[in-house]
Design a protein. Structure first.
Length: 383
């Protein structure tokens, strides 16, 4: 019995929704911060060689091309403030943001290494990520996901989800070393532990994390292949391998999301237990209310507030885009799961998104999709 062939998703309404999210991302991450003067203020601060809440002096010399250096250093200013611990709201939001980013990268790297995606758009995830570092992942990633869904291919076999074990096993450690490691180093306090310029240089390294993850994965994959071949485990346990890697991504994304919700709920329900400044910064309304990105030309708020608005939108745009993409792929397989109709899958997915966060839900949906396709492959081989 031949394995079931799934027609390629052309996206349909969900693909259009992703393009709609990208439009929102354009306004929230580009048009709004340009017209309210946020980007201009960051560039001016970089030009004046001031960084952090205390406006410490830092070395801005990179290429001696003033415009390029100012733009690059403005990006460094933004990333510096994310790990400076000077704004309580930004510091808390970075917890689920960091966890979600690791989960998103895990899914992206798995997709880019699938047998069925070789030579296709999903294989160029790192390129998309580097563009996202420049223009905002909340703007670039929904476009990438939508184009990936709409890219034509003849059919999708269950075997197409296969990822070489050496590539799969090294994905979590590559993300940890290439993303989490530089983030932790960049978060070290200055000037108590690091000098200002040392912290700035670590932040600049952190900005390159998509490329760092790619390089670490490229270096570790041959070593993992050699180890697996010597142990005789390279061609076995496909289901267990995927489950192991997905479980890591799930913990990375869901646990920080739960912690964030717990802190927001605690600060809102028990304000007496926190310092007044923390209570105000972690209040439910403050943390979850999004600024209208279509009010172009709004007055520029204090820089930390503008940074928080940007981070909020980037966090939700990235997460929701990943969730919509994963839901579209999960909806490919309703015939393989007799217990659920498409409507049931959507309701279940929304429940996951509320309980686990959008990225945690996305990991569960792709995990389910893969297990169903592998199960169908195994059933056909035994028939």
């Amino acid at each position: 019995m031949a394995p079931l062939q799934l027609k390629s998703p052309r996206g349909g309404p969900l693909s259009l929704l992703l393009f709609g999210i990208a439009i929102t991302g354009f306004f929230a991450l580009l048009a709004f911060p340009i017209t309210d003067g946020f980007f201009g203020a960051m560039i001016l601060q970089a030009h004046n060689q001031k960084i952090g809440a205390n406006h410490s002096h830092f070395d801005t010399a990179l290429t001696n091309w003033t415009l390029f250096d100012d733009l690059t250093n403005a990006l460094t200013l933004f990333f510096y403030d994310l790990v400076d611990a000077s704004s309580a709201d930004i510091t808390l939001l970075m917890v689920p943001f960091g966890g979600s980013a690791m989960g998103v990268w895990l899914l992206g790297m798995i997709e880019s290494n699938r047998k069925g995606n070789k030579g296709r758009l999903p294989a160029f995830y790192t390129t998309m990520a580097m563009l996202g570092q420049l223009a905002g992942l909340g703007f670039i990633s929904p476009i990438f996901y939508a184009m990936s869904l709409r890219e034509q291919r003849a059919s999708w076999h269950g075997s197409d989800v296969t990822v070489a074990p050496e590539a799969l096993y090294t994905i979590p450690i590559s993300i940890f070393l290439g993303m989490a490691g530089p983030t932790a180093l960049a978060a070290l306090p200055a000037p108590s532990v690091l000098s200002i310029n040392q912290k700035v240089n670590l932040v600049r390294l952190w900005e390159m994390f998509p490329f760092l993850v790619y390089l670490v994965h490229l270096a570790l994959t041959p070593l993992a292949r050699w180890i697996l071949e010597r142990s005789g485990q390279r061609d076995s346990h496909r289901r267990q391998r995927l489950q192991f890697v997905y479980s890591i991504g799930f913990l990375w994304s869901a646990a920080p999301y739960w912690y964030w919700l717990a802190m927001v709920f605690s600060a809102s329900a028990f304000p007496f237990a926190f310092a007044p400044k923390i209570t105000k910064a972690w209040n439910f309304r403050h943390m979850l209310r999004l600024t209208n990105p279509f009010l172009l030309g709004s007055p520029l708020p204090p820089i930390p507030t503008a940074e928080f608005w940007f981070l909020q939108w980037d966090f939700w745009l990235i997460g929701v885009s990943c969730f919509v993409w994963a839901l579209s792929l999960r909806l490919e397989t309703p015939k393989l799961d007799a217990l659920y109709l498409k409507g049931g899958i959507v309701v279940e997915a929304l429940a996951y998104a509320i309980a686990l966060g959008p990225v945690g839900a996305a990991i569960v949906l792709i995990w389910q999709r893969d297990m169903l396709l592998i199960k169908d492959d195994d059933r056909c081989k035994q028939a």
